[in-house]
Design a protein around this ligand. Structure first.
Ligand code: AGP
Length: 587
């Protein structure tokens, strides 16, 4: 949520920052700004709109030290004034996070001062300006001690030829160049710029100049933090022949399954130790990650025969959960930075649970608190809508469920080995264009399924509503008649997922119920003969036959393509849906 870039070195800062902001635009895209330091002066440009609104100003701002920001508004509507950087006196700052006590701090220290913006972030620069009297470390430390909430802040001061990072519960990464150094919210913005990074810890204050990095912990002790390899590459950001990241990333589903299987092999031994003796499993995540948890619940309960619950992380952390020493918590997060999930993990650790993180981001917040990581190796996912990370999560969770159950992992690998080629076939499956057209014209779309298909129905609904803005629900097929059926009329479309053979007849009942109310029906299925049963009455999208437990890998591709194509028909930008951001680092 919000992307931050900082540069200090010998090159024109505005150009490097602008390019970095474009890479981070998935974190927020309602306004953007850049500030540079040149000749002891700070120049700020900021605009409402996407990062390219800055393109024409880049040439006007000189300086080889600067900061930039792409915003997802939390406090104050998107506007030029509310865009970051914010400046006061000798300072300019960019901020990702929320300052929860900004109103209190404003009242306490600036009672009669009128602020320029409506943001919570302006308080940071005002406090720096008020407390600075020549010692930057002490002023930043003082301001940090006053702030409540979450933040990654980069400070620029006219008295210092470099940048200062202050971080608490929000991501900030420092990248090492030669005669230049970088700061970013996430590794993709540093792809191709530096091969080594450092991740400051919460409470750290890092001074970054072109020649080096000095880090102080919360007690103001000079500390060393490890240098890590930057795994993001420029190639992972290229669109190739795809018009959108969403399509590119759906096409990368086969590779995400393959990559995740390979990386699970390296993590397996440690995961086996962590799950030893586990009697109960709680799975937490948000959005798509929660939806993959719904699939995992089924895997764990059916393979290991121990109770498993999938919980929305933002609800779970406030419900005083029952955790015992033999409880395993599986935290799922593509970014590994989702605030609710990270806080849920911290809570579970404090209550004595074992925690396994399932994530696509090896250096993320979630990995720092977990006992072990089940890696998702989907590669950089830029589109706000999760696609290949969902299938990567399901792959990792399928394997993890085998480890928990003590079942033969070799057989699980063998069953997964055929899936990438089946995923490729699913990418070509017929009928999705017609269904997209039905959805684009509909008054509402109802994704239905039973058991594992119901879990994918929830994801189908989230995907379609997120990128097309068509109202949708994901619902258990058997529950339809208990209320939701009242919504079915001639304008409604039901997308019924049927891959569980033993429940196919039951799901077909739901198809008949919708057809009887004149609703339109499409069926996503790999069951033989289903086309014949519904010939002329429902559109059938046939996906390849596969092991029943792994069918979500294929039905997910169908619903992802459906969402993408519907978004295009309705002229939406599938990569950057309105009001959303990829990495939700605030509550
Ligand atoms: C998915 O399409 C969404 N953009 C969203 O629901 C996302 O899955 C959710 O915010 C969780 O993100 P995470 O996996 O990075 O924790």
């Amino acid at each position: 949520m919000c992307g931050i870039v900082g540069y200090t070195g010998g090159r024109r800062a505005s150009e490097i920052i602008y390019e970095g902001l474009k890479q981070l635009e998935y974190r927020g895209y309602d306004s953007a700004g850049i500030a540079t330091l040149s000749g002891g002066n700070i120049t700020v440009v900021k605009r409402q709109g996407r990062v390219n609104a800055l393109e024409n100003c880049i040439g006007d701002i000189s300086g080889s030290t600067g900061i930039g920001h792409t915003r997802w508004a939390t406090h104050g509507k998107p506007s030029d004034i509310n865009a970051h950087p914010h400046s006061a006196g000798k300072f300019a700052v960019v901020h990702n996070g929320i300052i929860e006590n900004y109103a209190y701090l404003k009242e306490r220290f600036f009672k009669d001062v009128s602020f320029t913006s409506q943001t919570d972030s302006e308080i940071i620069v005002r406090l720096l300006d008020a407390f600075y009297s020549g010692n930057l470390l002490s002023a930043i430390n003082k301001v940090g001690s006053l702030l409540k909430g979450s933040y990654a802040i980069v400070v620029m001061c006219t008295d210092f030829n470099g940048l200062v990072v202050l971080k608490y519960n929000n991501p900030a990464i420092i990248g090492y160049g030669s005669g230049e150094n970088f700061i970013a919210s996430d590794c993709p913005a540093l792809a191709g710029l530096c091969s080594e990074i450092t991740i400051p810890e919460d409470g750290d204050i890092a001074f970054v100049t072109k020649d080096g990095v000095e880090i102080y912990d919360a007690g103001l002790n000079r500390v060393e933090r490890p240098r890590l390899e930057n795994l993001a590459t420029p190639a992972s950001l290229e669109l190739g022949d795809c018009p959108h990241y969403m399509l590119k990333e759906i096409r990368e589903v086969p590779a995400s399954v393959e990559g995740t299987v390979l990386s699970y092999r390296t993590a397996e031994a440690k995961l086996k130790r962590v799950v030893n003796g586990v009697k109960r499993v709680i799975i937490i995540g948000c959005g798509t990650a929660y939806n993959s948890g719904l699939v995992a619940k089924r895997y764990i309960e059916s393979f290991a025969r121990i109770p498993a619950e999938a919980e929305i992380a933002g609800e779970f952390r406030y419900k005083n959960p029952i955790i015992t020493a033999d409880t395993l918590v599986i935290a799922i997060s593509q970014s590994g930075e989702t605030a609710d999930t990270v806080e849920g993990v911290k809570l579970c650790k404090s209550l004595g649970a074992k925690v396994i993180a399932v994530t696509n981001s090896p250096y993320s917040g979630i990995t720092r608190y977990a006992d072990a990581v089940a890696p998702v190796t989907a590669g950089s996912e830029i589109c706000v809508a999760a696609t290949k990370s969902y299938t990567g999560q399901i792959t990792a969770l399928y394997l993890l469920a085998h480890t928990i159950a003590g079942l033969s992992i070799g057989e699980a690998y063998a069953r997964l080995a055929v899936m990438p080629s089946l995923c490729k076939k699913t990418l070509e499956c017929a009928g999705i264009d017609t269904l997209a057209d039905m959805c684009a014209r509909s008054g509402g779309v109802y994704f239905l399924g039973r058991d594992i298909d119901c879990a994918v129905a929830a994801e189908g609904s989230l995907k379609l509503k997120e990128v097309s803005y068509v109202p949708c629900e994901g619902y258990p097929a058997g529950e339809l008649k208990h209320g939701t059926l009242a919504l079915i009329d001639i304008k409604a479309v039901a997308v019924v997922i049927i891959t569980s053979k033993h429940l196919a007849g039951k799901s077909e009942n739901a198809v008949e119920q919708v057809l009887s109310r004149r609703g339109k029906v499409a069926i996503i299925s790999n069951i033989d003969g289903i086309e014949k049963t519904f010939e002329g009455r429902a559109q059938v999208i046939k996906i390849p036959a596969c092991d029943e437990n792994l069918s979500p890998l294929l039905s997910a591709i169908a619903v992802q393509l459906l969402a993408y194509k519907t978004a295009l028909l309705l002229d939406r930008d599938p990569d950057k849906p309105r009001n959303l951001a990829k990495s939700v680092t605030v509550e």
